[in-house]
Design a binder for this molecule. Sequence first.
Ligand code: PDD
Length: 287
Amino acid sequence: MTRIVYVNGAYKRYAEAAVHVEDRGFQFADAIYEVIEILDGRLVDATRHLARLDRSLRELGIPRPMSDVALLQVIDQVIRRNRVRDGVVYIQVTRGAGPRDFALPPAGTLPTLVILARAQRKGWSAAQAKTGIAVKTIPDNRWARCDIKTVMLLPAVLAKDEAHRSGAKEAWFVDPNGNVTEGASSNAWIVTSDGTLVTHPLDHHVLPGVTRATVMDVAKAEGLKIEERRFHKDEAIRAKEAFITSATNIVMPVVQIDGAPVGDGRPGPLARQLRLRFHHVAEFSAG
Ligand code: PDD
């Protein structure tokens, strides 16, 4: 249970934690966020997450609310005050509050910063990884800067809802050529018949996933071949294996795409191997 939330300089009780009704995050989705895994009371890959947070802010010209050192101290406080050992930290920064206006607010407007921590049952994703998940492909109708981690998540919310209604856990966005870009809240991967890992290249169509980057480190350490290239949804259905990566799922096998089984319809060995090695390679904060 989340008990304490950091909002703009104060640690508030969950029920009382709030931002202004004219916050630009609320009115314009003029905001960015990060989700970081907490494992055994320590942050996983914090350096990469904070670097991406910084990049998102710079791309949108939102001022930094505080230094990384200060941010890590507040995150640590939020984790402690909520007594979270395993779960996630959610960080959101908006361009601040003011009378609704499309024009950017005057210089000096303070960004809004919210940080909350939430416990999750340890091992839930390991249990899910034993059976894997189904995904449903959905046309990618998001904007052309998906590399920025904004809170403009309505297309992802609706795609996931459509996926859920068909019995799938995740939606895979496909571009007009039928190529898979990424998941609604994850990066998408396949394994070819010769054991090569394939994922969409980093460009404006996908989020540069932190888990994606660390999985690449794992794959290199394990001597696996990686290709960053587009892949068609039909190639994915015919692939040997498929999986998704994200801070919450780590490496999650995909066993079904649009109702068709991937491989023999069971989690594949490479996804399992990458998942097992992941936390040996990821960076852990001092805890
Ligand atoms: N989502 N692509 C999209 C569109 C995402 O929303 C996410 C993460 C990822 C994976 O990124 P990372 O490996 O850094 O978590 C890829 C988070 C978990 C969320 O919105 O909850």
